[in-house]
Design a protein around this ligand. Structure first.
Ligand code: PAF
Length: 274
């Protein structure tokens, strides 16, 4: 595995790679969720590039940019063992120039749900993903369904800008207890981890209801709220179609149920694709 820190070197190294290239962009503090993306990239491509970059432009004022978990040495080891060919680890000054051209998230999709709670977050996320896709020019790029809105926006960006990369959605990886894996889970105390299970429990309840033919979005949301409210501070529960339009009734094959909630000082998200 080679570790690269500059964009010029990355472009040169990328150009020497023959055959299909899978790319996994991350912000580090790698866990089993990231590893499953890397394994998928490895299984379906001849070469694999991973990036680790805590992108400052997607953090809002007062968010956790400064304390975002860093595990540089462990991350390098994980990538090496997983058979990654190139690990790209740039700094912010390498990735950004002052007063640069920006990409903006679309007015509706970029500003509902996560975008409503974190206005501007998706602009910064899209900006860096566009840079990373251009630098790595991958055949396939792998993104987790846990960040469902992020995934939808990146898919839209690839369409809008006619990118050649195939955006591959990957299933959520959970702890044995059901907690969706996230680098931010490192902030949770053991008690908070227990409370955080309310998110996946509420989604399991929703699954059961749908399996029992309860399709009314309001009834499902109320049942989820009952599970969540004693353990977390709910930000939103939403039932939308795959284009993120709110649904009154669940449509099997075209629904995402999303939840965002605080457990102590940690904001968590989770979702279920039906
Ligand atoms: O999902 C993430 O870790 C980040 O949003 C991404 C896609 C690496 C862009 O910084």
């Amino acid at each position: 595995m080679i570790i690269i820190e500059t964009t010029d070197e990355l472009i040169k190294a990328r150009d020497t790679l023959e055959g299909s290239v899978g790319f996994v962009p991350t912000m580090g503090a790698l866990h089993e969720g990231h590893l499953s993306l890397i394994h998928q990239a490895k299984a379906h491509n001849e070469r694999v590039i991973v990036s680790i970059f805590i992108n400052p432009t997607q953090f809002l004022e007062g968010e956790d940019l400064d304390k975002y978990p860093k595990k540089i040495e462990a991350d390098k080891e994980i990538c090496k063992r997983a058979g990654v060919d190139i690990l790209f680890m740039p700094t912010a000054s390498i990735m950004y120039e002052p007063d640069e051209l920006v990409i903006m998230a679309p007015a509706i999709m970029g500003y509902i749900l996560e975008g409503n709670r974190r206005p501007g977050h998706f602009d910064g996320m899209l900006q860096v993903v566009m840079k990373l896709l251009n630098l790595t020019n991958p055949t396939n790029a792998y993104f987790g369904k846990k960040d469902a809105q992020q995934l939808a926006l990146i898919t839209q960006m690839a369409r809008t800008y006619h990118l050649r990369t195939h955006i591959v959605p990957c299933d959520i990886v959970r702890s044995p207890q059901g907690l969706a894996l996230s680098s931010r889970n490192l902030y949770l105390s053991p008690e908070e981890k227990q409370k955080a299970l309310a998110l996946s429990r509420s989604l399991k309840r929703a699954t059961k209801m749908v399996m029992n033919h309860e399709m009314d979005a309001l009834i499902i949301k109320n049942a989820m709220e009952e599970i969540l409210e004693s353990q977390t501070e709910i930000e939103y529960i939403a039932i939308v179609n795959r284009d993120f339009h709110p649904l009154g009734r669940v449509e099997v094959g075209n629904t995402i149920i999303l939840v965002a909630a605080w457990v102590g000082a940690t904001r968590l998200i989770d979702n279920l694709w039906i």
